[in-house]
Design a protein around this ligand. Structure first.
Ligand code: AOF
Ligand code: ZN
Length: 357
């Protein structure tokens, strides 16, 4: 299964909004076939594993990181293929929450005499497909808030200077995240202050859709983002000027209007559903700290990923990843769970999920 998960990851950035899936065929203790879902719309992992099998898979065990599908989608059901190939046993990491499948694949296999085991390396498999699992069940994007900070938790100096806190290796990883996730989100303040390009500089990936939270449409028409390849989506409100809206639309910008109770402030929760309809399944939230605090409060953040550099910035006024008021009491803090962590260059990184009941 560990091998199947490794294979699954090879599809990163190319399968969305489908999951990343890997499959390994084992017979008499030997691997006789491997496959993964390479591309959206293409053959599923199981199909590729059978296609590359070096021996007859009759009697083999199939390890697969997701429940084999039972539906006719872009491709015919994998469960039928597995039955036809006379596999003896299927070991899966997760049930597929896609309403078109959700247990039907396993049922079909069992009804045809195949032994089925579910739940092997389930947590790792869930971690790999957190975007798919959220999007297919909630119809809104998975939101990952990323920040680079010093060991004392500052994301910039009190002067605002922040280039660079994290190592080159960490910054490279963020480029990869931009390629893997379908959207990248920042506040209008970031666009105005830094005029960033918000592109993915890695050749094998497409640019993410740039999503700007800008309730009053303050971003200048000359901003670099409007002149880079890729989609631009602005989340705004009815407070924005109709002329500016028209001018932005003329630049090809897609506008989503989501009013909250506070005039000029975007309702992030309903905006996420609108983004889901536009096919955005995952978002890398890159800040700044005011937007991050609003996003946290709105309950749209699913996980945080912090790169922690071996540096001390210090200073009472130096910002940290979440602005806003913050918790007043320990019983109000936001609990995180299922943390995974590692190193990148000289930095530490940690990713943890917002705990939901
Ligand atoms: C599998 N193996 O490798 C993948 C699965 O439109 P389709 O035919 O590609 O079906 C997409 C759905 O199939 C997707 O939403 C998910 O539920 C499942 N993906 N299933 O057995 C695979 N990629
Ligand atoms: Zn399938």
């Amino acid at each position: 299964m560990a091998r199947a998960l490794q294979l699954a990851l090879r599809g990163a950035g190319h399968t969305r909004p489908n999951p990343m899936v890997g499959a390994v065929l084992v017979k008499d203790g030997r691997i006789i076939g491997e496959g993964w879902h390479k591309q959206y719309g293409g053959p599923h992992a199981e199909v590729n594993a059978f296609a590359r099998a070096t021996e007859d898979p009759e009697g083999a065990t199939l390890y697969v990181s997701l429940e084999p599908c039972s539906h006719y989608g872009k491709t015919p059901p994998c469960a039928d293929l597995i039955i036809r190939k006379k596999v003896a046993r299927v070991v899966a990491a997760l049930e597929d929450p896609n309403p078109l499948v959700s247990g039907r694949g396993f049922r079909k296999l069992r009804a045809n005499g195949i032994r089925v085991t579910v739940g092997v390396l389930a947590e790792e498999a869930r971690h790999i497909n957190d975007v798919f699992l959220t999007y297919v069940t909630r119809k809104r994007p998975f939101v990952l808030y990323k920040a680079a900070m010093s060991l004392d938790g500052k994301i910039a100096c009190h002067t605002g200077e922040s280039q660079w806190i994290s190592s080159e290796k960490s910054r490279e990883e963020v480029q990869r995240l931009r390629g893997i996730l379908s959207g990248i989100m920042v506040g209008a303040g970031t666009v105005i202050a830094d005029n960033p390009r918000l592109t993915c500089r890695m050749e094998e990936y497409e640019n993410p859709a740039r999503i700007i939270v800008d309730g009053k449409l303050r971003v200048p028409l000359e901003s670099r983002i409007f002149h880079e390849p890729g989609r631009n989506i602005i989340l705004t409100t009815s407070e924005a000027s109709p002329e500016k809206k028209k001018a932005l639309e003329n630049l090809g910008v897609e506008l989503i209007e989501a009013d909250s109770e506070e005039p000029g402030k975007v309702d992030l929760k309903s905006a996420m559903l609108a983004l889901g309809i536009k096919g955005i399944d995952g978002i890398l939230l890159e800040g700044g700290p005011t937007l991050a605090a609003s996003a946290l409060e709105a309950g749209i953040i699913d996980a945080v990923r912090f790169y922690i550099a071996q540096k001390i910035i210090g200073g009472r006024e130096a910002p940290s990843p979440f602005a806003g008021t913050g918790a007043a009491h320990m019983n109000e803090v936001v609990p995180l769970t299922d943390a995974v962590y590692g190193t990148s260059g000289d930095d530490l990184w940690i990713q943890a999920y917002i705990q939901r009941e």
